[in-house]
Design a protein around this ligand. Structure first.
Ligand SMILES: [Zn+2]
Length: 147
């Protein structure tokens, strides 16, 4: 596993915002982007992302998995659905704008840098009633990355 950051550039409304990015490489194959923590009041996604970090090293057989456990740190810190900085719902501003507000810049950086070149994107959102996000995520990952 390698760790890095996707840095969302600073602007008038915010300092530069580094988003932790974790990458699992197992050679040739599909490239899967997994994001969580789009809404700051939904912790299921980040928890599932954390569990996938433990599970992937022994389960992944090919390809590349990129995980962004928390897409929206300002909203998570504020425990709010929308960003406390610009009031926007990050999930509604994709693909974003490079010269926009913080939520639009997060969307722009993720769209340009991470979504480009990914075979598929898996977005961990809130649980549906009766759903099991971890099982769903493992099922999708298994189809893609495990023969
Ligand atoms: Zn959500």
């Amino acid at each position: 596993m390698s760790k890095g950051h996707l840095v969302v550039p600073k602007a008038a409304d915010s300092e530069a915002l580094p988003l932790p990015v974790l990458s699992f490489n197992k050679g040739e194959g599909p490239r899967l982007l997994i994001t969580a923590g789009c809404h700051g009041n939904e912790l299921e996604g980040p928890i599932v992302a954390r569990r996938l970090l433990d599970w992937l090293p022994r389960a992944q057989e090919c390809g590349r998995v990129i995980i962004v456990p928390v897409l929206n740190p300002p909203a998570l810190k504020a425990w709010s659905r929308n960003s406390p900085v610009d009031g926007l719902n990050l999930n509604r501003v994709f693909p974003g704008r490079a010269d926009g507000s913080i939520s639009e810049r997060i969307a722009d950086a993720v769209s340009r840098v991470l979504c480009q070149g990914s075979t598929q994107c898996l977005i961990c959102t809130a649980l549906d009633r009766g759903g099991n996000l971890l099982q769903q995520a493992r099922r999708i990952l298994s189809r893609m990355l495990i023969s």
